[in-house]
Design a binder for this molecule. Structure first.
Ligand SMILES: CC(C)(COP(=O)(O)OP(=O)(O)OC[C@H]1O[C@@H](n2cnc3c(N)ncnc32)[C@H](O)[C@@H]1OP(=O)(O)O)[C@@H](O)C(=O)NCCC(=O)NCCS
Length: 392
């Protein structure tokens, strides 16, 4: 069955109630929770899809930034994609995604990121795997870091603004890290249930070298400490982080935190007792190819030229041949060239983020390139494994 769908921003006051009901059913939420969620995101940030003149689904857009090669690239996160079950399987979700991407393209947003419940839908819209979201855990007994070089300063009451500056110092160095939307900041310091949230500066109050925000939870196999957010800017801050959490060991059995798949925090531990408890990959879409390539940063020591040929069935401006010239850590794009590295807009996502090397992307059939182009792409898109600490 094919339907005619109509895409819009909030048009009638009753749209919100209808979408709230749909999202509650889609995401198995307790009654009333989706309206709280919608108000937190802001009703103006939702997009609606209608069929037969009523709302049949929608999604949330979160305007923020993402750090690539030390530069902030504007990025719109997509969340809460939901279609009423009676309308599923007829193209409503893909229509909603395509309209949203066209709208973002007119706004010149370079890239978009989302967490997929299914890859098939989002691949169809031009997204591909972009980086990792990874949870770690360790038993407090096995941390064994006793020395605590820095003091800890409790921050009461918690106001997330006091952490922004420290966060930004760490974020700009991490490939794929978010320049967070305020809703994401708010979520870090807002309890999900009855739990209390604690936060501390690591180091002197006037010149902190990091911070930790956490909550304590009971589970079937004991109490655990959930690090909701962390920043460590120095070696002393890392040691202090570990000794501080280890000092909870008389009551707390385990510590959980988010980090890279290759977590540098664990390099300071005596043994390899920390384990990954959850790992998934978020997806990225290049929406405005020229802006995406020109706004990010590149390895500073290289000068290279890459001739691309890109295919994008949805956003026609991204089609064709482009030359990416990289020097002094910045990139410049011009139309034309030899098209020596050919790829679909989807294949550009893991290349852009350096989740996979150009060689491995070629092996997986995501791109085709000459030897020269493969070498240039390997130099240009060299980077550590991309990740982010926030789910949305
Ligand atoms: C996922 C969801 C949004 C899909 O909505 P939909 O309107 O049925 O999707 P569409 O009809 O537009 O499907 C578009 C494509 O995605 C595929 N697709 C849709 N849902 C899928 C699923 N659950 N698993 C695998 N592929 C799926 C379709 O097969 C179609 O691809 P095809 O044309 O190549 O066959 C809907 O099932 C939903 O609301 N689920 C509950 C909430 C949720 O999980 N949202 C996603 C969060 S990231």
């Amino acid at each position: 069955m094919t339907h005619q769908f109509e895409y819009s921003t909030l048009a009638h006051p009753q749209d919100i109630q209808q979408l709230a009901t749909i999202l509650e059913q889609c995401y198995v939420m307790p009654s009333g929770d989706s309206e709280i969620y919608i108000n937190r995101i802001g009703t103006e940030n939702f997009r609606f899809i209608r069929g037969c003149e009523q709302v049949i689904g929608g999604l949330a857009t979160l305007a923020m930034g993402q750090w690539w090669g030390g530069q902030r690239v504007p990025m719109t996160g997509i969340a809460a994609v939901g279609i009423a079950p009676e309308y599923r399987g007829s193209g409503a979700a893909i229509a909603l995604m395509e309209h949203t991407l066209k709208e973002l393209h007119t706004q010149e947003v370079p890239i978009s990121v989302l967490y997929p419940a299914t890859q098939r839908l989002y691949r169809k819209a031009g997204y591909e795997q972009g980086g990792s979201f990874c949870s770690w855990e360790i038993s407090t007994q096995s941390i064994q870091v006793r020395e605590q070089p820095l003091p800890l300063q409790p921050i009461i009451p918690i106001n997330h603004e006091v952490f922004h500056d420290l966060y930004q110092q760490q974020a700009r160095l991490i490939h794929g890290y978010l320049d967070r939307n305020p809703v994401i900041w708010q979520g870090l310091i807002q309890p999900d249930n009855q739990e209390i949230i604690y936060s501390y500066f690591i180091g002197d109050k006037d010149q902190p070298q990091g911070y930790i925000i956490f909550s304590q939870h009971s589970a079937e196999d004991g109490v655990f400490l959930r690090v909701r957010d962390w920043v460590v800017l120095t070696d002393a801050a890392v040691q202090t982080f570990w000794s501080f959490v280890a000092n909870h060991r008389s009551q707390i059995k385990q510590v959980r935190w988010k980090s890279s798949v290759i977590d540098s925090l664990t390099l300071q531990l005596p043994e390899q007792t920390a384990k990954i408890s959850h790992h998934e990959r978020w997806m990225l879409r290049v929406i405005d190819l020229v802006k995406a390539l020109e706004m990010r940063g590149y390895p500073p020591g290289i000068q290279a030229e890459l001739h691309l040929e890109v295919k994008d069935d949805l956003l026609i401006d991204n089609n064709g041949k482009f030359i990416l010239f990289v020097a002094n850590g910045r990139g410049e794009v011009t139309r034309g060239g030899k098209g020596e590295l050919q790829l679909d807009i989807r294949g550009l996502a893991p290349l852009y983020t350096s989740l996979f090397t150009p060689y491995h992307l070629q092996l997986a059939g995501k791109l085709h390139a000459t030897e020269t182009a493969l070498l240039a792409a390997t130099q240009i898109f060299a980077g550590v494994s991309p990740w982010m600490a926030n789910f949305f």
